[in-house]
Design a binder for this molecule. Structure first.
Ligand SMILES: [Zn+2]
Length: 117
């Protein structure tokens, strides 16, 4: 019983048969496996849930997570080891406020895209 493998929904270019059985990109499934998604979902370092429970303002664009850069949020993000960068909001009403961008860390996007299991 193979482990659940998120697919990119792209067909693999390998040929069916022995080549496919040994293909590292699709692992025999014929569909390219989304290793980035696997990392995002399975990673214990993803601080998304902790940030949600912290109650700080969050936003996202597709799978990228944005978090208001409060002292507590910065601490959680730094401790998580997830890659991040800072940016300043350009929105009216919060112009210049510090935010943190965490690529691929918005877990609900992955869950929706990959389907609940
Ligand atoms: Zn393949």
């Amino acid at each position: 019983m193979p482990a659940y493998q998120p697919k990119t929904r792209a067909l693999c270019t390998c040929r069916p048969g022995i080549a496919r059985d040994n293909c590292p990109n699709c692992e025999g499934t014929g569909q390219v496996i989304d290793f980035r998604a696997i990392r995002a979902l399975n990673s214990h370092t993803n601080p998304y849930e902790r940030l949600v429970s912290l109650g700080v303002p969050l936003d996202h664009h597709e799978s990228d997570l944005y978090v208001r850069g409060t002292a507590e949020a910065v601490e959680i993000v730094k401790a998580s080891g997830w890659s991040y960068s800072y940016f300043r909001s350009e929105r009216t009403g919060e112009m210049g406020q510090l935010w943190i961008e965490l690529p691929f860390a918005y877990a609900p996007w992955w869950q929706e895209r990959l389907g609940a299991r």
